[in-house]
Design a protein around this ligand. Structure first.
Ligand SMILES: C[S@@+](CC[C@H](N)C(=O)[O-])C[C@H]1O[C@@H](n2cnc3c(N)ncnc32)[C@H](O)[C@@H]1O
Length: 206
């Protein structure tokens, strides 16, 4: 089934209802992102899921377009925005491939998505194209470095299961190299202890 809208539709109800894996780390990532945002900025988030992160950042930028290829995830975001009177976040059903690179943005977020995209290097290239000079690309990506050997074995098995999205085997160094190859300068490269995701903020030079 791989990383398809169908898979995410199947699990969307559970995904939306599940709490974040580690609230303290999540809050730290939000805080680090927020410190880099500016009130007049135009931001996009690709693979926004339930939209909770985009809605949390809404007071700190001018406008957010939050993309996901899974409609039910976006419905949750739209309902929350309406209930909370948040008017500067627009939810758009689209895949990364559909997003036009003619326009660039001050901030491009891809959180827990890159490792799900088999051609992850192209995904980074596109994110870099979408980032305007002076703007930032923010990612949180599962890497294999800190994964215990047992977990890597489990991952290999999981990747054989046709019902689950394949997780790309990306090392932290390869991730950083790919981001820099696309002309961005990594300003934050944070891997919380014992955590399998690397959080990166990279800036496109002016
Ligand atoms: C693991 S969830 C992460 C959601 C959210 N970013 C978060 O951090 O909670 C991955 C999300 O990315 C979306 N997604 C995966 N591949 C995508 C693609 N190529 N284009 C758009 N959305 C995608 C899925 O529908 C899903 O909502």
């Amino acid at each position: 089934m791989a990383n398809t809208p169908f898979f995410w539709k199947l699990i969307s109800r559970n995904y939306i209802a599940s709490p974040v894996a580690n609230e303290e780390i999540y809050q730290e990532k939000l805080e680090r992102t927020r410190r880099a945002l500016r009130p007049d900025w135009s931001m996009i988030e690709i693979g926004c899921g339930s939209g909770n992160t985009a809605l949390t950042h809404a007071p700190y930028v001018k406008h957010i377009t939050a993309y996901d290829f899974c409609g039910p995830m976006l419905e949750h975001g739209r309902t929350r925005a309406a209930n909370e009177g948040i008017e500067n976040v627009e939810f758009v059903e689209a895949s990364l491939d559909d997003i036009d690179t003619k326009t660039s943005f001050d901030a491009v977020l891809m959180l827990s998505v890159i490792h799900l995209i088999p051609d992850w290097t192209s995904a980074i290239r596109k994110a870099a194209q979408l980032t305007r000079p002076g703007g930032i690309f923010v990612s949180s990506t599962v890497t294999i470095d800190t994964m215990p050997t047992k977990m890597r074995a489990v991952l290999s098995l999981v990747n054989l299961l046709p019902v689950l999205p394949t997780v790309a085997r990306i090392s932290r160094a390869a991730l950083v190299a790919e981001i820099e190859k696309n002309g961005l300068i990594v300003e934050e490269n944070w891997q919380p202890e014992g955590h399998d995701s690397v959080f990166i903020i990279a800036r496109k030079p002016t």
